[in-house]
Design a protein. Structure first.
Length: 214
């Protein structure tokens, strides 16, 4: 059920439906109609219609005679997203090592320490949320709005796969250790090292995911 907040109702509906599709609540091939979604979310058809239009523009649903069909993220989409992330995150980490501020670096350190804490607690949900925060803070450290605006949506689009990844204790441990290496390189101002470790981190995550899917 949608809660009425200061954010527009259409935006709330869009965010809810996007999250439900990307986390797998609505699987690939499922048909979503305005009437069904209006009833499920407790809103009128108008914000639902606007949300579906935006989701179609995002290429995660497509229109059909029966209604909106869920596309989600295909295997090719996943490969393309990780390829783009690998190169851009490497560059973002390199820029972060050069442009970091003390305040942002402290935020990145705190995020990493919380990750390590919840890793010991085996709290997969907190680890996933902090994974998002770590990457978001790193993008901010780059000092580039273009990198931030490009990478944040890409990171969000693969949240279903990230959830599967952090639920594996071995991959969660490796991921947090890789974050530690990225942080240390950024903190030292090692642009080359930061780029290298960030690229390796994204590649390792992708290899784990496609291994899981086989």
């Amino acid at each position: 059920m949608i809660e009425h907040k200061t954010v527009s109702l259409a935006d709330q509906v869009f965010e809810q439906l996007e999250r439900d599709i990307l986390t797998g609540k609505y699987p690939r091939g499922e048909v979503l109609t305005e009437n069904r979604l209006s009833a499920e979310l407790g809103v009128s058809r108008t914000p639902v219609r606007e949300a579906l239009r935006r989701l179609e523009q995002e290429h995660i649903i497509e229109d059909s005679a029966k209604g909106a069909v869920v596309i989600g993220i295909t295997e090719k989409d996943l490969a393309d997203i990780f390829m783009i992330r690998k190169y851009l995150e490497g560059l973002a980490a390199s820029l972060a090592a050069q442009n970091r501020t003390d305040e942002q670096l402290a935020d990145l350190r705190e995020t990493l320490e919380f990750q390590e804490f919840y890793l010991n607690k085996r709290d997969a949900e907190q680890i996933k949320q902090l994974d998002s925060r770590f990457h978001t803070v790193m993008y901010k450290l780059s000092g580039s709005n273009a990198f931030y605006d490009t990478l944040v949506p890409l990171h969000k689009k693969i949240q279903k796969y990230r959830r599967v990844s952090v639920e594996s204790s071995s991959r969660a441990e490796a991921s947090v250790a890789e974050h530690r290496k990225i942080f240390e390189a950024i903190a030292k101002g090692d642009a080359v090292g930061a780029e290298k470790t960030a690229c390796e981190h994204v590649e390792n995550a992708y290899q784990h995911i496609i291994g899981k899917d086989r």
